[in-house]
Write a new protein. Structure first.
Length: 78
């Protein structure tokens, strides 16, 4: 059983490296100017969400995500 798992891991790594070696579809122009932002953050204000528009799950949520941060919104499914 261990041999199969190791072999599959190598196959998966080969696929991953193949994806990483692919060229990007959109390339910056050689003379492109670097994008500079004055406030490297994301602000959300009055966020509303619901899969069914008649039954909102989030109501008026405000939050701030600083540059470099990772955020996840999790909860019960259904």
């Amino acid at each position: 059983m261990m041999y199969r798992e190791v072999k599959q891991a190598f196959i998966n790594l080969e696929r991953l490296f193949g994806l990483l070696d692919e060229r990007r579809e959109v390339e910056d122009a050689p003379d492109a100017i670097a994008l500079v932002t004055s406030q490297p953050a994301i602000h959300f204000e009055a966020v509303e969400f619901g899969y069914d528009p008649r039954r909102r799950i989030l109501h008026g949520i405000d939050f701030h995500i600083p540059a470099g941060a990772s955020v996840a919104v999790v909860g019960h499914s259904g």
